[in-house]
Design a protein around this ligand. Structure first.
Ligand SMILES: Nc1ncnc2c1ncn2[C@@H]1O[C@H](COP(=O)(O)OP(=O)(O)OP(=O)(O)O)[C@@H](O)[C@H]1O
Ligand SMILES: [Mg+2]
Length: 305
């Protein structure tokens, strides 16, 4: 990659940021992923999607997981959620092995998963009622979460009356209402337009700062991964040398908190971005095989004229 910009080393950080990481890594470990792997059985024989992935998530930490399409991000988060069994290694939450879904793991995935026949309040109350909480108490708690995500005016609306971003805010309120130990998010803003997405990133950061919550967030968007994260888990797609999804690096993001979109062009942000690009794309934003044959298309057009 041509060195147009003289960027700092992505591993260098200001003393205040370094001190924050020392404190963060002293916090208790909420999630321990140890040499985890997943081999799918199929008609053509077993296929290993992911192997030998290890990392720890500390309390109140915000971890993002990034990697090219097919590197096993959704497989990993589904195993963490207990929706998919792992076939190697171990996953433990607060020291207890994960062997199925549980209320201590809240989930917000890309598709809108609200119940369309329930109001916003009823959607947020749902898990609390299922857990046996009385109607009045569940309603009062739901109202607080709805207020936290800034949707008090829409408490009695139905999902079809909300925008995509609002629906995802309800999904976040609903997940948080169950008081999970960790919030698992798989490309939750992937279906939103760029402006709404950037607004949602800012809301999520505010919510994370207000609520005592640990977050593991999957994305394939480099800026999103850096802006949100304390640390980034970079996964690699299968290569001829390593024929399955694998852990490439865990990056301590050197960008100070509080975060804002203005930091997207700061030298430390750009240095981190460049490092992830190097890891995922070998330094190139696109591989040549991804490029469309534009010249041929222009020539074809010329012939018509
Ligand atoms: N149920 C399944 N059976 C067999 N193989 C699967 C299954 N689910 C996923 N895979 C394979 O596992 C690999 C990883 O898939 P996964 O969906 O986890 O990738 P991803 O990183 O989430 O990709 P994307 O960025 O496109 O969402 C792929 O090669 C995929 O074909
Ligand atoms: Mg996926």
């Amino acid at each position: 990659m041509s060195d147009v910009l003289a960027l700092p080393d992505y591993t260098e950080m200001d003393p205040a940021v370094a001190a924050r990481f020392v404190r963060l890594k002293q916090r208790p470990v909420v999630l321990e992923v140890d040499r985890v792997g997943k081999t799918y059985a199929s008609a053509k024989g077993p296929t290993t999607a992911l192997a030998d992935v290890s990392f720890q998530v500390h309390r109140r930490e915000f971890i993002t997981v990034i990697g090219a399409s097919g590197c096993g991000k959704s497989t990993l988060i589904r195993m963490l959620a207990g929706l998919e069994p792992y076939t190697a290694g171990s996953i433990a939450l607060d020291g207890k092995p994960v062997s199925g879904p549980g209320p201590e793991r809240g989930m917000v995935f890309q598709g809108y998963t609200l119940f369309p026949w329930l109001t916003v309040t009823r959607n947020v109350m749902f898990g609390l009622r299922m857990a046996g909480m009385g109607d009045d108490e569940a309603r009062s708690q739901a109202q607080q979460w709805i207020e936290l995500v800034g949707l008090a005016r829409f408490a009695d609306a139905y999902p079809h009356q909300l925008s995509g971003g609002m629906k995802q805010r309800v999904a976040i309120a609903r997940a948080l209402a169950n008081r999970p130990r960790i919030l698992l998010m798989d490309e939750p803003f992937g279906a939103l337009d760029a402006q709404t997405r950037s607004q949602m990133q800012s809301y999520l950061l505010q919510i994370w700062e207000n609520v005592n919550i640990t977050v593991l967030f999957i994305t394939h968007d480099l800026d999103e991964a850096i802006l949100l994260a304390d640390r980034i888990v970079v996964l690699g797609a299968p290569t001829p040398g390593i024929p399955h999804g694998h852990l490439m690096e865990i990056i301590d993001v050197p960008v100070p908190h509080p975060r804002s979109a203005e930091q997207l062009l700061s030298p430390r942000f750009l240095a981190t971005r460049r490092r992830i690009e190097e890891l995922i794309h070998g330094g190139h934003a696109q591989s040549t095989s991804d490029k469309l044959p534009m010249i041929k298309m222009t020539q074809a057009g010329d012939e018509v004229v």
